[in-house]
Ligand binder design. Structure first.
Ligand SMILES: [Fe+2]
Length: 130
């Protein structure tokens, strides 16, 4: 079973953003599936690195849309993006340093961060742009 199932509430109503949301969920689910099959630590670090890069560029897209629309929740939303990226970077560093990974903890954190962000901050975008 997939870690994160697509929910309509993850949709913002902007096609490019929604497409990337689906792709990010697929990437995270792919990592979860790899870990269930005992992926090596270096595969996990590599995959987290790719997730980080894709999320960073996705957040940049959302921020561009918000900025251009003079969206009033921009600062708060951007702050949550920065927090998520910082947390993800810390996790990548700790998996890299430890030479091992905690599959359950990692999957739980990825699910929580992104599901929570989609459900709260991105849901507000839906009210504005959907
Ligand atoms: Fe966002």
């Amino acid at each position: 079973m997939s870690l994160i199932a697509w929910r309509e509430e993850f949709s913002v109503g902007v096609a490019a953003v929604d497409l990337e949301h689906r792709e990010l969920i697929e990437l995270i689910n792919g990592l979860d599936a790899d870990m269930q099959e005992d992926a090596t630590q270096s595969t996990v670090v590599e995959s987290l690195g790719e997730i980080y890069a894709r999320i960073a560029s996705h957040f940049a897209l959302e921020e561009k849309i918000m900025r251009e629309a003079h969206y009033d929740g921009f600062a708060v939303h951007k702050q949550d993006h920065e927090l998520l990226l910082d947390e993800l970077l810390d996790v990548i560093d700790s998996v890299d340093d430890a030479g091992r990974y905690d599959r359950t903890g990692l999957s739980r954190d990825l699910d929580r961060w992104f599901s929570d962000h989609f459900r709260t901050h991105d849901a507000k975008l839906h009210e504005r742009f959907g």
